[in-house]
Design a protein around this ligand. Structure first.
Ligand code: FES
Length: 112
């Protein structure tokens, strides 16, 4: 049986593309991206920074939060092209500190 898998980010699309350069976690990055690519998807799928999560995609839950030029921002509400020239800090991956913070938060929420 063949299973079809929906591609999240098609390799080829008719979307207009722009080259963006920015700093992510201190590293200079330059990529040609769709003008409608969300910053969250750029971080996760282009750069592999899977510590940036996507939950509600409405700016409510906060799991996609990053900093852009030192200010917190919801990467689900920010286009990657809007981060052109910015200094972005994002969770690199789910490391032990992240898991510990999630565990503490879950315990606090469970204690309500
Ligand atoms: S995914 Fe929930 S605030 Fe961005």
């Amino acid at each position: 049986m063949t299973r079809s898998v929906r591609k999240i980010l098609p390799k080829e699309s008719s979307d207009p593309k722009r080259e963006i350069s920015l700093s992510v976690n201190g590293e200079a990055v330059t990529r040609k991206v769709s003008t409608r690519l969300l910053l969250a998807d750029f971080l996760r799928h282009e750069l592999g920074l899977t510590g940036t999560h996507v939950g509600c995609e409405h700016g409510v839950c906060g799991c996609c939060t990053v900093t852009i030029d030192g200010a917190t921002a919801r990467s689900c509400l920010t286009l990657a092209v809007q981060a052109y020239g910015a200094f972005v800090a994002a969770w690199p991956h789910r490391d032990q500190r992240y898991r510990d913070a999630q565990d503490r938060l879950a315990r606090l929420e469970g204690g309500r």
